[in-house]
Design a protein around this ligand. Structure first.
Ligand SMILES: Nc1ncnc2c1ncn2[C@@H]1O[C@H](COP(=O)(O)OP(=O)(O)O)[C@@H](O)[C@H]1O
Ligand SMILES: Cc1ncc(COP(=O)(O)OP(=O)(O)O)c(N)n1
Length: 443
């Protein structure tokens, strides 16, 4: 149910006029709703002036529902949406959750804007203490590839969720969308942290699909209906397609014993030695993807990933392995040959690369709960359940998604096949220590 507090003449370039509604009429709208409809949660956005704030404040005395207060002060375009920020103070004590952006947060505390994420969290904690509310700290206005958000109480951070930044100028309404989604999802679930996680996932998709709308010349709106009208996400479809393969990885003795720590160390070493051989080649393939990449962002990502493997993941292997001279197995060679054969195009190559991220992230996540300080393979389990690996996987998936969107029908099919084949190779790869120890000589 919606109550109009102000009419705005605005487009994607800015707000050219604001016509505030009479406080009395705002109250009439609010009363009309609460007289008839059960209120499960309230989201408050633009309030324009003190008279409207007084009307809303009075009405809140008559209802009992959680309140998400988005202290809307200035639009993305820089135009003012509230006459005087100080008048909001009277409403802040009524909020269950306050959702200021970085500048609004500073303004509510009468302080300079935070320069980094720890400062944002500190300001959020102090605002939460001042108003006995939760504060949703938002990092969308910070520089960097990550957009962190955290739910903060007077005691500190309750939950934190980060996502990659979409490279788009179409972010009109991100804060409004997040607070509305938070209130709505909370109404149906009753848990703020879980509501935030879901609201962020919804918003992430809406921002990701914003460019498809192509509205206006300034900051266009996010795509609220991406779930309904956008093409089905090809990555979801691919993931579904390897459902059985994923199940067969779960059923491998090797994986079960790796999880519970009963895996024979000789089997683990065999697997790691093969994996080290594979990763050396995989790093080269990532560097080749970087060379083929269509833009700087992708070029940097794949080159960075190659380096990360050479300097990070392979170190993990060396920490377990004695200096050895293992030869690649038939299974390892088959897999790297498949990667090499996918080099016909950038899109196909990164589709072939993807399972090595995605399946390891998936397994790492599920096996993480089996880890403990005495676990013989604890470092392996930590590596693939880490937040860094999660983020890298998310980025790799998105790179493939973007390439898929730009591909024609034939190329899309070759990409899908390359992805499925690599997934099949992954199953065989995990299984090889227990079964097919056929090694090829390096001669
Ligand atoms: N370019 C982007 N890509 C992904 N998420 C974004 C982007 N810009 C903002 N967000 C997310 O949108 C939400 C609103 O963030 P923020 O921009 O900080 O506040 P506001 O929109 O109120 O100014 C946050 O969850 C933030 O992480
Ligand atoms: C009527 C109205 N309410 C709120 C805003 C602010 O939207 P935007 O400028 O896009 O900022 P966020 O939603 O990202 O906080 C507006 N322009 N108009």
């Amino acid at each position: 149910m919606c109550v109009i507090t102000a009419l705005t003449a605005q487009n994607t370039l800015g707000v050219s006029a604001v016509q505030a509604i009479d406080g009395e009429f705002v109250l009439a709208q609010l009363n009309a709703i609460s007289a008839d409809v059960q209120i499960d949660a309230i989201k408050i956005g633009m309030l324009a002036n003190e008279e409207i704030i007084r009307a809303v404040n009075g009405w809140l005395d008559t209802v009992d529902a959680p309140v998400v207060l988005d202290p809307v002060m200035v639009a993305t375009s820089g135009d003012r949406l509230l006459e005087d920020e100080a008048v909001l103070d009277s409403l802040l004590d009524r909020a269950s959750v306050i959702t200021p952006n970085l500048l609004e947060l500073a303004s509510l505390l009468r302080e300079p804007a935070a320069a980094d994420w720890p400062q944002v969290l500190d300001q959020a904690r102090r605002l939460a203490a001042k108003h006995d509310a939760l504060v949703l700290a938002k990092g969308g206005h910070l520089a960097g590839d990550l957009c962190p958000d955290a739910l903060v109480s007077a005691q500190g951070v309750l939950a934190e969720f980060s996502n990659q930044r979409h490279h788009t100028k179409n972010t009109h309404g991100t804060g409004c969308t997040l607070s509305s989604a938070l209130a709505t999802i909370y109404a149906s679930g009753g848990d703020w942290a879980s509501a935030l996680e879901q609201a962020k996932a919804y918003l992430f998709r809406a921002i990701g699909a914003a460019d498809e709308l192509n509205v206006g010349r300034g900051h266009g709106p996010v795509n609220h209906f991406a779930h309904f009208f956008s093409e089905a996400d090809p990555m979801d479809q691919w993931w579904q397609q390897i459902h059985e393969l994923r199940g067969s990885i779960d059923n491998l003795e090797f994986i079960a014993q790796l999880a519970d720590g009963t895996l024979d160390p000789a089997d683990f070493e065999y697997y790691l030695a093969q994996d080290a051989l594979y990763l050396q080649r995989y790093a080269q393939v990532l560097a080749e993807a970087s060379a083929l990449a269509p833009d700087l962002d992708a070029q940097r990502f794949w080159a960075g990933s190659a380096r990360e493997i050479l300097e990070g993941e392979l170190q993990l292997h060396r920490s377990y392995l004695a200096e050895g001279t293992a030869n690649p197995s038939a299974i390892t060679l088959n897999y790297v040959n498949h990667l090499a054969a996918s080099k016909r195009s950038y899109a196909e190559l990164i589709a072939a690369i993807l399972p090595c991220y995605w399946l390891y992230q998936d397994i790492g996540k599920r096996l993480a709960s089996a880890n403990h300080p005495e676990h013989p393979y604890k470092q392996w389990l930590v590596t693939y359940a880490s937040e860094e690996f999660d983020l890298a996987t998310e980025r790799a998936i998105n790179m493939v998604r973007v390439a898929w969107k730009q591909a024609d029908v034939d190329l899309r099919e070759r990409m899908r096949l390359a992805f499925v084949r690599s997934s099949e190779h992954e199953v065989a790869f995990f299984d090889q220590a227990r079964r097919n120890r056929v090694e090829f000589s390096t001669a």
